[in-house]
Design a protein around this ligand. Structure first.
Ligand SMILES: Cc1ncc(C[n+]2csc(CCOP(=O)(O)OP(=O)(O)O)c2C)c(N)n1
Ligand SMILES: [Mg+2]
Length: 535
């Protein structure tokens, strides 16, 4: 007896549901109606956002908070092009985000007839910013391409995936039924010979320094053992922030862009970089990080092992597994950190170099830290306070501070925070944005109000595109295009029916944040930088 036919649209949604997706962020249109029929039948939650870019950012926030794939649905054409920035952000930061789009009817594809929402090659646009991009013409291709998409989402290095399905195919019937697709593969076992060579280098190191990226997030225990045995130091990227508690005396924190840390790295005789790209966006400098010591790289991604940071020993394999093996028979020694001093002194040295605005931002970040529980989570935007927060916001565990590091897309914070709050309603969630960048996606306050999401949106208002202004000045360019007339943020939040406050001091920021996290619905807290008091 064969099953009653489903639409392909329903088949797609049921396949998502059968593979751990419980929420879809999106905006419906006439082209993807059949996905919405599927949503209803499969009983998946749909979150209506106010722009397709934000569907992507919200799914990204959901995926970063949970470390599970998240999904967004968009229409053909503008829905896809609007979502591209979010796909690129997720690609650069290794986030598993699935975008399912419709496309125009099959016989029109590639014909340039000028049908509604037409692109010449919609899949090709998405292919540049995803690990897998499919474009199906039959139900069987939908099945196979969903399998390929989930393989990319669940790969050793998770990345976004894309699938488009013509609207007439979405409406077609199929007897296909969802399958549980292969789970994530076990961590890639590190190459034994290379690991032995790494252990040999580490055994002789007098001044070992470890650099941990997002790929080493699960390596906290092994890193602690290695740091304590070898008297060495740890530096993390922003994606690796908190892998070892930042109060640990060996953890110099996410400080790669700072000179004292670069000098410390230059003084190391062995540097072990695990699960990190060592990319320009990790260093925030276009110059290469000087690594005169021997360099060991440990990464699942072979591309990283062959890049411009040439390793003395390159180990392909899972960072946590590799570090555990190295920690298993590490030789204890004393010398470097005991002599040089612990991380607290190093951090103080960096903080002592901050100028006046820097000190205000530091005080605001401490006020934010004080208002949040240990597992409270911050999604930050491209703003000066977040660049400082990448280092100065104290993280005692991984997964509490997220930044759009790789692609650097303005407007990320609020929609991503909304996605995380939907995934984990029990956690305190804050979005931290600048006065200019927040206006890229501020309309998502409406989504948070509608869903009664208790998200605090902190706007660091320095009345300028601050970083760009400072960069222009530093380059000897007369500042132009860096001061924008702002709306009254508090009044605007009220118009959305969100809570709001304007604060001028660190103490008031902590108080208002605590109140915001306690009340239902979102609250915008404008922090006035010009006359901000540090206490
Ligand atoms: C989509 C996008 N467009 C442009 C930029 C370049 N950009 C980076 S920061 C910035 C200004 C942000 O101003 P604001 O949000 O007020 O932050 P501030 O630097 O003042 O703290 C701009 C235009 C970007 N990163 N992303
Ligand atoms: Mg600003």
């Amino acid at each position: 007896m064969s099953a009653a036919p489903w639409t392909v649209g329903r088949y797609v949604v049921e396949t998502l549901a059968a593979n751990g997706i419980d929420t879809v962020f999106g905006i419906p249109g006439v082209h993807n109606l059949e996905l919405y029929r599927g949503l209803e039948l499969a009983r998946l939650r749909h979150v209506l956002v106010r722009h397709e870019q934000n569907a992507g950012f919200a799914a990204d926030g959901y995926a970063r908070a949970t470390a599970h794939p998240a999904a967004a649905f968009v229409i053909s054409g503008p829905g896809v092009s609007n979502a591209l920035t979010a796909l690129a952000q997720a690609y650069s930061d290794s986030v598993p985000l699935l975008l399912v789009a419709s496309s125009p009817v099959r016989r029109s594809l590639g014909q340039r007839w000028g049908v509604l929402h037409e692109l010449h090659d919609q899949r090709a646009l998405a292919a540049d910013v995803t690990a897998y991009a499919g474009s199906a013409r039959t139900p069987e291709q939908v099945r196979d391409q969903l399998r390929a998409a989930f393989a990319a989402l669940r790969g050793h290095r998770p990345r976004p995936a894309y699938l488009d399905i013509p609207l007439d195919l979405l409406a077609e019937s199929t007897v296909l039924r969802p399958q549980a697709l292969p789970a994530a593969p076990p961590p890639l076992a590190p190459d034994g010979g290379a690991l032995l060579a790494a252990a040999g280098l580490l055994a002789t190191a007098q001044r070992p320094l470890f650099i941990a990226g997002g790929g080493a997030r699960a390596a906290g225990a092994a890193l602690r053992t290695l740091l304590e045995a070898t008297d060495g130091y740890l530096v993390t990227t922003v994606a690796g922030k908190g892998v070892v508690a930042e109060s640990h005396p060996a953890n110099l924190g996410a400080t790669l862009p700072y000179r004292p840390t670069q000098e410390r790295i230059a003084a190391a005789d062995v540097v072990l970089a695990a699960g990190t790209e060592l990319s320009e966006t990790d260093l925030y400098t276009t110059t290469r990080l000087p690594v005169p010591g021997r360099l060991i790289r440990l990464d699942t991604d072979p591309v990283k092992l062959g890049d411009h940071y040439e390793a003395d020993v390159a180990v392909r394999g899972d960072a946590a597994t590799g570090l555990q093996i190295l920690a298993g028979d590490v030789r204890a020694r004393r010398g470097w950190r005991s002599g040089e001093g612990d991380a607290a002194a190093h951090r103080s040295r960096i903080e002592a170099q901050l100028d006046g605005p820097g000190r205000s931002m530091l005080a605001a970040l401490r006020a934010l830290r004080a208002a949040l529980p240990a597992d409270g989570v911050v999604f930050s935007d491209m703003t000066q306070i977040a660049y400082l927060g990448n280092f100065a916001f104290g993280a005692e565990r991984p997964g509490v501070w997220f930044h759009p590091s790789g692609y650097g897309a303005l407007g990320y914070a609020l929609p991503a925070a909304i996605g995380a709050k939907i995934a984990q309603p029990q956690r305190a969630v804050v979005a931290l944005a600048g006065d200019f960048g927040v206006q890229f996606t501020l309309q998502e306050l409406a989504t948070a109000v509608e869903l009664d999401l208790s998200v605090a949106l902190v706007v660091w208002n320095n009345g300028a595109l601050g970083q760009i202004r400072d960069d222009m000045r530093a380059a000897g360019i007369a500042p132009v295009g860096v001061v924008a007339r702002n709306p009254d943020f508090v009044a605007l939040a009220s118009a959305y029916d969100a809570g709001s406050a304007r604060v001028h001091s660190a103490a008031a920021l902590t108080d208002e944040l605590r109140a915001a996290l306690d009340r239902p619905g979102p609250t915008l807290i404008e922090v006035v930088a010009a006359d901000f008091r540090d206490s």
